[in-house]
Design a binder for this molecule. Structure first.
Ligand SMILES: Nc1ncnc2c1ncn2[C@@H]1O[C@H](COP(=O)(O)OP(=O)(O)OP(=O)(O)O)[C@@H](O)[C@H]1O
Ligand SMILES: [Mg+2]
Length: 279
């Protein structure tokens, strides 16, 4: 059912991030998005990754416009958002991210207005961020309701995740993090990796992390990436595709989210963060 204008729909906004780059965020966002769609949720991916291996490449698409065109008033939101596999919506933002973080009042109002009159239903907004602790990453994490930190069994991924969590806690008092272990050899290895991070955040920051689950190390993902597909499409019976299905159930049925918000609420947060930090 379409929402009436000025009655923003309640949605979940989830930033997928990591301390270290290359741990699988883009793959996770793409596969999770399709899995959520299959479970009846309408998903919009906000591609906030400044890197080269973006969502559109994984989906084998080449969007013509991005958020730059929206901010400049050259295109409407409906023209910038593209539909990917299985109806997943994508807002290509990557090359307009720097502009988004230094948006002026006029552009801000235009963006809010565009979202206000956008009449597609959205249940989940997934934000694919760059890795690391740049201001771009923190900007999106602090605007979203949920922060999913992706880690792998590699020790550097843990130390970098710790650095990111510490930064978000000390600078913004953020205390809620969901941890997703990617490239795990088994469920017990994933839990062990999670516990290693949990022990240090608890001891040094007094933060208890949430365990969101794991995605196994799976060559099917690499094959899918090479053919510009998602693994849930190319090899739906693979272990990783099963993992994404379970993850989508967890994310889709997450009733314990903090304040539910709308896209407008998310954007309000986004600019609030920008104003606070002078990013
Ligand atoms: N579970 C997995 N099993 C095997 N290989 C994986 C898995 N997850 C990711 N990969 C591999 O890791 C590569 C990097 O993944 P991806 O681009 O999603 O990482 P990223 O965190 O988005 O990187 P960046 O920080 O550069 O944006 C993929 O091309 C894929 O080959
Ligand atoms: Mg990426």
């Amino acid at each position: 059912m379409k929402q009436l204008k000025n009655q923003p729909k309640q949605i979940s906004t989830i930033a997928v991030t990591s301390g270290k780059g290359g741990v699988g965020k883009t793959n996770i966002v793409a596969n999770l998005a399709i899995s959520l769609q299959r479970q009846g949720k309408k998903v919009l991916i906000f591609d906030a990754d400044l890197g080269l291996s973006n969502i559109d490449i994984l989906f084998g698409m080449a969007p013509r416009y991005n958020i730059h065109h929206l901010l400049k008033g050259e295109r409407s939101l409906g023209e910038v958002i593209v539909k990917g596999p299985e109806g997943v919506m994508i807002l290509p933002a990557s090359s307009g991210i720097e502009e988004l973080t230094s948006i002026n009042e006029f552009e801000r109002l235009r963006l809010l207005d565009e979202f206000d009159s956008f009449d597609e239903d959205i249940d989940v907004l997934l934000i694919d961020t760059s890795g690391g602790i740049s201001s771009n990453v923190t900007f999106f994490c602090m605007a979203a309701q949920d922060i999913v930190v992706v880690i792998t069994p590699e020790p550097t991924s843990l130390t970098d995740a710790y650095a990111l969590i510490k930064l978000l806690y000390t600078r913004y008092q953020e205390r809620e993090f969901k941890i997703l272990v990617n490239c795990a050899g088994s469920s017990s290895e994933a839990l062990e990796v999670f516990k290693r991070l949990h022990i240090v955040t608890e001891r040094f920051l007094n933060i208890a992390l949430d365990y969101l689950g794991f995605i196994p190390q799976d060559s099917a993902i690499q094959r899918a990436v090479r053919s510009q597909q998602t693994v849930v499409t190319s090899e739906p019976e693979s272990l990783s595709a099963q993992g994404f299905k379970e993850l989508a159930f967890k994310v889709g049925n997450n009733t314990k989210t903090r304040l539910k918000g709308s896209i407008q609420f998310f954007l309000g947060n986004l600019f609030g963060v920008a104003n606070d930090t002078g990013i």
